[in-house]
Design a protein around this ligand. Structure first.
Ligand SMILES: [Zn+2]
Ligand SMILES: [Zn+2]
Ligand SMILES: [Zn+2]
Length: 351
């Protein structure tokens, strides 16, 4: 019951927040889009929440309310290994693994333009089967292109599904930076996708702009991260009216040669690395070897920003240990500071 109440409070807060509702529609997709992987109790809870708070039913036929004709949909919010994570016998994952439930897909975005029926996928995650299906629901077709950030499993491993063993894609456009392309081209099994033309590269250059159509532009920018196999980029996604930045993986903010505060000032929505909530989250592991900015650190750094700026920040890419995946108190803590927690199925209008 506590969970239901806090979810209701959280949704009510969002509905009351005019700034937020202008650009974000919270749609409870985990209970709709992914209903096949949820328990009946979860479905019932979500239905009650939606009926009570919105006073209306949900659309039928797998189509959810869309915030505009130009939007980003969050297709997943988990860190590379997903939620639950393989082999985790702790409280966070044990029950989910035993019951075969998935609670959050790996971080990925759909960029949708309904005007010319185009759609792009950001990241080829290990959960691409479901995310691809959602892209079809949204647009009725395969993505016009896939933008990759870097060569860690959560961000490119889904490319394997484009090969002969699966859909045997025909020249699927893949936007990649030079080292990322070299990595995929130079080593099997990825190189087979290239040699058999399952994928076809579109070359990216840091800080250059890819014009997708009359309304949409995408620019990759380099960020510091463990670059064993590829460089790492974030993306700036621009429409005539709005700019969204997407940085799922980055080392501590002070290791970046740019100011995240300035980047936030220059955009409308910032989807930022929220891998770990706080220090000590991985007992027995040296967290300096995985130097993500903790959500607690980011909130402190951003606390000096005015409310309008803090309202732009949405944390994403949560490790299975991160309380933001399940703990209403942690989510409330973030929201009370004026920030947001990304949710699967959330849509961000670009109009
Ligand atoms: Zn990652
Ligand atoms: Zn776990
Ligand atoms: Zn990474």
């Amino acid at each position: 019951m506590d969970k239901t109440r806090s979810k209701n409070q959280s949704l009510r807060k969002l509905l009351n927040d005019k700034n937020h509702i202008e650009r974000v529609a919270i749609t409870y997709p985990a209970y709709h889009w992914n209903s096949h992987i949820c328990s009946m109790k979860q479905i019932f809870t979500a239905l009650i929440a939606v009926f009570i708070l919105l006073g209306c039913g949900r659309p039928e036929g797998g189509t959810i309310h869309e915030v505009s004709d130009l939007f980003i949909e969050v297709l997943g919010v988990a860190q590379d290994a997903g939620y639950p994570q393989l082999g985790c016998d702790k409280e966070c994952c044990k029950h989910l693994l035993e019951t075969g439930s998935t609670r959050a897909y790996v971080t990925s975005l759909a960029l949708v333009d309904k005007v010319d029926s185009s759609v792009w996928l950001f990241e080829a995650s290990p959960d691409i089967r479901y995310q691809w299906s959602r892209i079809h629901q949204l647009s009725g077709k395969d993505p016009d292109g896939i933008f990759l950030t870097h060569a860690h499993i959560g961000h490119y491993a889904g490319l394997m599904e484009l090969g002969k063993e699966s859909i045997n894609a025909d020249g699927q456009a893949v936007y990649a930076m030079p080292r990322m392309k070299e990595f995929l081209t130079g080593s099997g099994p990825w190189s087979q996708l290239v040699s058999t033309n399952n994928i076809s590269f579109r070359d990216l250059k840091a800080d250059s702009t890819v014009v997708l159509n009359e309304r949409l532009k995408v620019s990759p920018f380099r960020v510091p991260h463990r670059d064993e196999y590829s460089e790492t980029v974030g993306y700036r996604i621009k429409s005539p009216d709005r700019t969204v930045i997407f940085i799922p993986d980055i080392d501590k903010w002070d290791r970046w040669d740019r100011s995240i505060l300035k980047e936030i000032a220059a955009c409308d929505v910032a989807l930022l690395d929220g891998t770990f909530f706080e220090s000590g989250e991985l007992p027995g592991r040296n967290m300096s070897e995985i130097p993500h900015p903790f959500v607690s650190e980011s909130m402190e750094l951003f606390s000096k920003l005015p409310e309008k700026e803090r309202n732009k920040v949405q944390f994403i890419h949560f490790n299975h240990t991160n309380r933001l995946l399940r703990d209403p108190n942690a989510i409330r803590q973030v929201e009370q500071e004026g920030f947001h927690v990304s949710r699967q199925g959330q849509q961000i209008s670009l109009n």
